[in-house]
Design a protein around this ligand. Structure first.
Ligand code: 9WN
Length: 462
C-alpha cells in the first residue's frame, strides 16, 4: 500500500527533511493519512472516511496511482445505503476512542434503519455528489497509458456506473419529491459548508429539545476553538441528528416534520456537474438510451431550477428554505452555483464573473491571495477565522477553477490555480486559510487540500 503512493520517491525521505515542492509534499500528506484503501480527511480531527472528501482525494490520487484512487471510491461505495444514498461518514472501527463526535453509536443508523449497512457503520446523512467527476478523472488519467491500465479503468467504470446512477436517482427523487431540480438537505453537515451563514436563519428557527449529553472532541484538535463552529451551533446540529434518528432516516417522515429542509444550490449545482460526468461515463460503458436520456433530463432541469434561484441584485444564486418559504439572502461561495452547473448564457456568466472579481469576493483589497473567501467579507455574518464563515478553502477554489475552465474562462481559471498553489506553497496543506493574513487554520495536512493541489498541478506547468 505504501509503495503505491510513492511518486518521485516521496516515501524514501523523512517527512521533515526537505521541502521538495508541492507535488511530493501533497503525495506525502495522502500517504500519511492512508490507513488502508481509504484516506482520513485529516490526521487527527477526522479519523473516519468522509464522502465528498474521498471523491476529491480520488481526483488527486488518480494522478499518482490509478489503482489506489479506485480503491478509495470502492470502499465508499461499499457502504452505499439500499436507497442509493452515499453516507457522509463511513466509520473507521480502528479509530482511537473519543476521537470524533458524533460517533457511530450516536448515529445508530443500522439500528434504526434497515436501509443502512451495518458493517462498517455509517452516518445517516449525505454530502455533495462530486463522485462521478472523480470516477471520470480516474478514467481520463488512464487514457494513453498501457493497455492493462485502460482495461482496469474500464472495468471500474462498468462497476461504478450503476452505483452512481442509483446515487443520483436517490438525490433526484427522495431528495426532490417536488421534482424541482434542486436537492433538499436535512442538515448543515450535508452541505459540506457546515457553519456557513447560509444556514443561520434556518438554524435559528430550530428549537433544541431534550438533547442527550455529549462531549465535543473536535476542539482538542485545533489550535483555537474559534476555528470551529460554536457550542450553540453544535447543539442544533446534534438536535437535528436526534430528529432524523427519530424519523428512522425515512425520507417521507423527515419531509413531513423536519425543521431543516433547504434547497441547497451548491449541492444541486455539483449534482448537475456530476450528471455531466455521469453522462460521459454512461456513453463509455454503453448504457441504455433511456438512462442516458434520464441523465440529460436531470442536467437540463437542474440548470433551469438554479436559474430560478438567481438574485439579480446580489448577482448570485440563493438557497431556498422550504419551511420558511424564502431564500437565504447571504453572499457566500455557494452563490456561484450556476457557474459550477455550467450551460450559462453570456449575460449570466458576466454577472457571475463581475461578482467573483468584485470587492465582495476575490477583488477584496485586503486579501493576502486573490481568492474568494467562503463568505463575503461584506456580509455581517463574516468571520475571517471561523470555518465556513470567511476563511478560504482550497477545495472551493478547485471547484471554481474547474468550473471556469468548463465555461471557457481559462485566464481567470489560471489565476485561481496559481494563487491557490502559491497559497499552499506558503502555508502548507491546511484545511482552510485566514483570507487577509494567509494564516493556515483548522486541521493541518488536510487530505483534500493535498488532493486538489495534485489535480491543479497536473493541469499546468507548476
Ligand atoms: C462534519 C471532513 C469534513 C468535510 C466538511 C467540513 C467538515 C465535519 C466536521 O469536515 O465537516 O461533516 O466535523 O466539521 O465542513 O465539508 O467533508 O473534512
Amino acid at each position: 500500500m505504501r509503495r503505491e503512493l510513492d511518486p518521485e520517491g516521496a516515501t524514501a525521505r523523512p517527512a521533515r527533511e526537505k521541502p521538495a515542492g508541492v507535488r511530493p509534499q501533497a503525495a506525502g500528506v495522502l500517504r500519511r493519512n492512508d490507513p488502508e484503501h481509504w484516506t482520513k480527511p485529516g490526521p487527527s480531527l477526522y479519523p473516519h472516511q468522509w464522502s465528498w472528501d474521498s471523491a476529491f482525494i480520488a481526483l488527486g490520487l488518480a494522478h499518482l496511482d490509478n489503482h489506489r484512487a479506485k480503491r478509495e471510491l470502492e470502499s465508499l461505495f461499499a457502504s452505499q445505503w439500499a436507497t442509493g444514498k452515499l453516507p457522509h461518514i463511513v466509520f473507521n472501527p480502528d479509530a482511537p476512542p473519543q476521537s470524533y463526535f458524533p460517533d457511530a453509536e450516536r448515529w445508530s443508523s443500522a439500528a434504526v434503519s434497515s436501509d443502512a449497512p451495518s458493517s462498517p457503520h455509517t452516518s445517516g446523512l449525505c454530502q455533495p455528489p462530486i463522485h462521478a467527476v472523480a470516477v471520470l478523472r480516474i478514467w481520463e488519467t488512464a487514457q494513453g497509458k498501457d493497455e492493462r491500465r485502460v482495461e482496469l479503468a474500464r472495468d471500474f467504470l462498468r462497476d461504478t456506473y450503476p452505483r452512481l446512477l442509483a446515487w443520483h436517482l436517490y438525490l433526484t427523487t427522495a431528495r426532490d419529491p417536488e421534482g424541482s431540480g434542486l436537492v433538499t438537505i436535512y442538515h448543515p453537515w450535508e452541505s459540506g459548508t457546515d457553519n456557513s451563514p447560509r444556514w443561520d436563519a434556518t438554524l435559528e428557527a430550530v428549537e433544541v429539545g431534550d438533547l442527550p449529553p455529549y462531549t465535543r472532541y473536535d476542539l482538542k484538535h485545533v489550535a483555537d476553538p474559534s476555528h470551529r463552529p460554536t457550542d450553540e451551533e453544535y447543539n442544533r446540529y446534534l438536535w437535528l441528528l436526534e430528529l432524523l434518528k427519530k424519523a428512522r432516516y425515512d425520507e417521507a417522515t423527515i419531509y413531513e416534520s423536519h425543521p431543516f429542509l433547504v434547497k441547497d444550490v451548491l449541492f444541486s449545482a455539483i449534482l448537475v456537474a456530476a450528471n455531466e460526468a455521469l453522462s460521459k461515463i454512461a456513453a463509455a460503458v454503453g448504457a441504455p438510451d433511456e438512462e442516458r436520456a434520464l441523465i440529460e433530463g436531470w442536467i437540463e432541469r437542474g440548470r433551469k431550477s438554479l436559474d430560478e434561484r438567481w438574485d439579480p441584485d446580489l448577482k448570485l444564486c440563493l438557497d431556498y428554505d422550504l419551511r420558511a418559504g424564502k431564500p437565504a439572502r447571504v453572499r457566500t461561495v455557494a452563490g456561484f452555483a450556476p457557474l459550477i452547473a455550467g450551460g450559462l448564457d453570456s449575460k449570466r456568466l458576466q454577472d457571475l464573473l463581475e461578482t467573483l472579481d468584485s470587492p465582495a469576493f476575490a477583488g477584496h483589497p485586503r486579501l493576502r491571495w486573490p481568492l474568494p473567501p467562503s463568505t463575503s467579507p461584506e456580509e455581517p455574518g463574516f468571520h475571517p477565522r471561523s470555518y465556513w464563515r470567511g476563511p478560504i478553502w482550497p477545495v472551493a477554489n478547485w471547484l471554481l477553477w474547474w468550473s471556469l475552465l468548463r465555461v471557457g474562462e481559462s485566464e481567470r481559471a489560471e489565476r485561481i490555480r496559481r494563487a491557490t498553489l502559491d497559497q499552499l506553497a506558503d502555508g502548507g496543506f491546511a484545511e482552510y486559510f485566514e483570507p487577509f493574513t494567509g494564516e493556515p487554520l483548522g486541521s493541518p495536512d488536510q487530505s483534500w487540500t493535498a488532493a486538489v493541489a495534485l489535480d491543479l498541478l497536473a493541469a499546468g506547468s507548476g
